[in-house]
Write a protein that binds this ligand. Structure first.
Ligand SMILES: Cc1cc2nc3c(=O)[nH]c(=O)nc-3n(C[C@H](O)[C@H](O)[C@H](O)COP(=O)(O)O)c2cc1C
Length: 176
């Protein structure tokens, strides 16, 4: 399996070609996003693919306004934006939707690099997008909680050289 190689290439793309991704690439990353081990409980999750330039522009404008940064490029001009929305759970597993969303986004991130796409994790839209919620055509009571911008990278993504002696980037303790 090439999964470890794809993970080693799991990094942010902020410079995209001005070309929409193919329908088959879109289906591949959506399939990957849906491949999360959560006991098949998908009713409280919803994905929205935004490729309409006007809608992308409106969302970007809302973010720029919210952050008071007119020159900001909130999606780095990625031609496809995938939003993960969730029905907020008040029951047994509070905040589980954020865990699911993180799994979905990272599956998409890794699958994207595997098929030659680049992607960027996005969160800045979460509050500003509420003003545009009607335009997202979401089921009732769903709110976007995570997102990812996708496109063909302008620069090739190289795998990090595998170094067995490399220290872990996140502090880790071991209880054996
Ligand atoms: C959950 C999550 C959400 C993020 N949201 C944004 C975002 O909205 N905008 C942004 O520029 N970077 C965001 N980032 C950070 C970028 O994805 C990226 O990791 C960061 O800009 C560093 O990129 P670089 O290593 O290429 O410099 C987010 C990262 C994570 C993990």
């Amino acid at each position: 399996m090439e999964t470890l190689k794809a993970l080693a290439m799991n990094r942010t793309t902020k410079n995209f070609l001005k070309k929409q991704i193919s329908e088959s690439d879109l289906q591949s990353v959506l399939q990957a996003g849906c491949s999360l081990p959560n006991k098949g409980i998908f009713d409280n999750l919803h994905l929205t693919v935004v490729q309409n330039p006007q809608t992308l522009g409106k969302i970007a404008d809302a973010i720029k306004q919210a952050f008071n940064k007119p020159d900001m490029k909130p999606f780095y001009e990625a031609p496809t934006l995938i939003l993960v929305s969730a029905l907020k759970q008040k029951g047994l597993f509070p905040s589980a939707e954020y865990g699911n969303a993180a799994c979905i986004i990272d599956n998409i991130h890794v699958a994207a690099v595997d098929i030659g796409l680049g992607s960027v994790n996005l969160w800045t839209f979460v509050n500003p997008i509420i003003t545009l919620i009607d335009q997202l055509e979401l089921p009732e009571d769903f709110v976007p909680i995570a997102g990812i911008g996708i496109g063909y990278p302008a620069d090739p993504i190289e795998a990090e050289v595998h170094n067995k002696n490399k220290s872990l980037r996140i502090n880790c303790n071991f209880i054996k």
